[in-house]
Write a protein of this length. Structure first.
Length: 332
């Protein structure tokens, strides 16, 4: 593979808005989507999991909505596919937090049924679901603006009259650890409906505070995204290739494929072993013996086929993230 001069292609937006209740996540998402859709000369769709909150603004904005009853990851993915099938290239997801709640509740159920009551093994089982949701978002052939609830707390701030007053502030978004890496832009909204851009791959708005982000903000993002060498990236779902009709294919080809898959399985298993046996400089193990036993049980119960290989890769990714988290110095 040869190196070549980099060129920026036109892109689809992946923007996440997060903040406490009342910060204006739904309204902001609708306004930004309208700005983008108007520039594109098309309509936009909304996946609503927040008790029809988007429809409360239907007198001001025109859009189609799926008031999602099945608030599982499978439900989200199915709705995104329907939006794609209908040809919508601008999609609002309000909000993603219910998908995360499904995973945490499933982890609690699995842990409660286990003899050890340990959630470690449960996370290993459900992490492929989170991966499937992320892949669906990344592969959607259009712009996505997603909202996420934030955990909140109250602090003492300065009110409009200059006097001290309690103020609700948002903490981390209620979604999976590392979800922020999947978005081009992160905007944290506060109770004054101001958006603080905490991540921006456009390079135009990083660390800016935008008062009530609106259609104009959507237009500005569209203008940046639509400059480049290609019309748009055509992200599609990966489908398996058709069966081979090559009569000259060696009779032992399947055996060779099986051997290669087995070798890859063994490689992943070895990498998992390296992660779970990692120790600190003083020799302290990062994972308990019970957790190591759980990991071995997951490997033992995984069927060594293509689907099982994907599960092991996801499990290894989960363990690697957990290891990095445990390596971080603890606050004093």
């Amino acid at each position: 593979m040869a190196f070549q001069e980099a060129e920026r292609a036109q892109l689809y937006l992946r923007c996440a808005l997060f903040g406490p209740s009342g910060s204006g996540k739904t309204m902001t998402a609708l306004r930004m989507a309208k700005g983008i859709a108007d520039k594109m000369g098309c309509g936009y769709a909304v996946i609503d999991t927040e008790a029809r909150s988007a429809s409360k603004y239907a007198d001001r904005y025109r859009f189609v909505v799926d008031n999602l009853a099945d608030k599982t990851i499978d439900g989200y993915i199915a709705s995104m596919r329907e939006a794609q099938k209908a040809g919508y290239r601008v999609l609002v997801i309000d909000s993603l937090s219910h998908a995360w709640r499904e995973l945490t509740e499933e982890v609690d159920r699995i842990a409660a049924r286990s003899a050890s009551q340990n959630s470690f093994q449960a996370w290993g089982k459900v992490s492929p679901k989170q991966k499937a949701l992320v892949e669906a978002i990344l592969n959607f052939p259009g712009h996505i603006i997603a909202t996420m609830r934030s955990k909140t707390e109250w602090c003492i701030g300065t009110g409009k009259n200059g006097k001290t007053a309690p103020e609700k502030v948002g903490l981390a978004p209620e979604q999976g650890k590392g979800i922020e890496y999947e978005f081009d832009m992160l905007v944290e909204l506060n109770q004054r409906h101001q958006g603080v851009v905490t991540k921006d791959r456009t390079g135009k708005f990083q660390d800016e505070t935008i008062d009530k982000p609106s259609e104009d903000f959507g237009v500005a993002l569209h203008d940046w995204l639509s400059t480049g060498t290609a019309e748009f990236s055509t992200a599609t779902e990966t489908v398996p290739p058709p069966p081979s009709t090559d009569k000259t294919k060696p009779l032992n080809a399947k055996a060779g494929e099986h051997t290669a898959m087995k070798a890859e399985d063994e490689g992943i298993i070895g990498e998992i072993g390296t992660v779970i046996t990692a120790t600190a400089d003083d020799g302290t193990a990062y994972f308990t013996e019970a957790e190591k036993s759980d990991a071995r049980q997951i490997i033992k119960s995984t069927k060594l086929d293509s689907g099982g290989l994907d599960e092991l890769k996801s499990f290894k990714g989960f363990l690697a993230e957990e290891l990095e988290k445990r390596r971080l110095p603890k606050a004093a």
